[in-house]
Design a protein around this ligand. Structure first.
Ligand SMILES: [Zn+2]
Length: 125
């Protein structure tokens, strides 16, 4: 029997399964987005997007607990959020991979590379 994704320790009954699976995705994507280096945590759009994800996480927890039915949630709206989150995470991973290659090619340690990049950026007018 599956345990609830929200960490409450409850065992998920049949009617809560879909909510629990979607909730796992929401939880995972949120933690990746919170760690994404390409997102500005101060940006209004970013804050709104993350808040929307937290609302989904709460709603899916309620569905997993059997407090609400999945049919009270707008699945298309969730899929839009999920697809947008997936794309942001994909781009963030790609940006990190590019940065990783630049560090490798430079022959510097990541710390030296970061210091050099900061020094060069501060020299620009
Ligand atoms: Zn729970």
């Amino acid at each position: 029997m599956a345990k609830c994704f929200c960490g409450c320790g409850r065992t998920i009954r049949f009617r809560g399964r879909v909510g629990n699976n979607y909730g796992k995705t929401a939880l995972q994507f949120l933690s990746e987005l919170e760690a994404a280096s390409t997102l500005d945590p101060e940006d209004e759009g970013t804050v709104a997007f993350l808040d929307q994800g937290r609302v989904w996480r709460r709603q899916f927890a309620s569905a997993a607990h059997g407090e609400i039915g999945m049919n009270s949630l707008d699945r298309d709206d969730w899929l839009r959020w999920r697809n947008a989150a997936f794309e942001i995470i994909r781009q963030d991973h790609a940006a990190l991979a590019t940065l990783g290659k630049q560090v490798m090619a430079s022959g510097l340690t990541p710390k030296e590379f970061a210091e050099k990049t900061v020094t060069e950026a501060s020299r620009e007018p």
